[in-house]
Design a protein around this ligand. Sequence first.
Ligand SMILES: Nc1nc2c(c(=O)[nH]1)N[C@H]1C(S)=C(S)[C@@H](COP(=O)(O)O)O[C@H]1N2
Ligand SMILES: [Mo]
Length: 332
Amino acid sequence: MHILRKRGWELPEATATPEAVFLNRRQLLAGFGLTAGGVAAGAIAAGGIAGSALLPGGALAAEGDPSAGLYPVPRNEAYTAGRPLTPEAITSTYNNFYEFGSHKQIASAAQALKIRPWELRIDGLCDNPQTIAIDDLLKKMPLEERLYRHRCVEAWSMTVPWSGFALAELVRLAAPSSDAKYLRMETFLDPDVATGQRASWYPWPYVEGLTLAEATNELAFIATGVYGKPLAKQFGAPLRLAVPWKYGFKSIKSIVRISFTDTRPVSFWEQIAASEYGFWANVNPEVPHPRWSQASERLLATGERIPTRLFNGYGEQVAGLYTGLEGEALYM
Ligand SMILES: Nc1nc2c(c(=O)[nH]1)N[C@H]1C(S)=C(S)[C@@H](COP(=O)(O)O)O[C@H]1N2
Ligand SMILES: [Mo]
């Protein structure tokens, strides 16, 4: 079969949630006299409310994820990716999530993850330490959609419409104290559910870290949804980091704890191989991985190889974070 493919810049970013869908849904909700929180948006977006169940309170329940009614969220047009979105069928079946196996086909194993109840613990050097249930957090945060490029250290890349909120909003909620310099983030630990965590040679739980300056950069994003729906489990539901100027392993999944600290956290991959995966892990085509080149990357959707860009093309937003740090291993 011959498929005619347009070049990336000729294609509209059409498969993400357009603003119009969001607005139409708002009007629809107003017509029903319902609020956004109580309605199954997925069902409405799919063309009607017939498929959703009426709860005792009269609200419509989404099948599965109780946060489904929050999506889709309005797109922030400041974050467009400049290349076509990768189809959901591809990104949701090719994942790195070592908790469920050290290969890419973990999607069905990841469905064992229980995402309710789910609590996020915020602690360490901050004025408002707290443990907050995911649905309470979602109500507090200004949700928006952003189209981000994602570059894995293994030299493949994708383009995804994340929904979620700026990590800076969560930092604000925590109110870090003046001695806080880093955020340390941690994934759940449950070897009963996550069979990969029974592999004792890995330093579970998965840990990642950012400087406070990186975490409050406008690009640092907490994804709670993707493709106009709550995050599917294999993407790292219900809370996952997206720091698109860094290699993908920095974007930690299924976060249960964020600690403010004055000590640089040692990440999961750094513990395993510090000579290959460092703390900074900023994308740079000119700094090869010890075992392969980082000069180009393979687009998951088409297999096309494209040149990799410094900071994955986000230098305008983030290059300033690294002035004065030239002595650090910024690109591994
Ligand atoms: N907890 C956890 N987070 C993780 C990983 C993981 O194995 N465990 N893999 C990382 C890597 S290497 C990448 S490339 C991305 C992959 O995200 P995706 O599966 O949504 O594409 O998740 C990152 N976050
Ligand atoms: Mo990755």
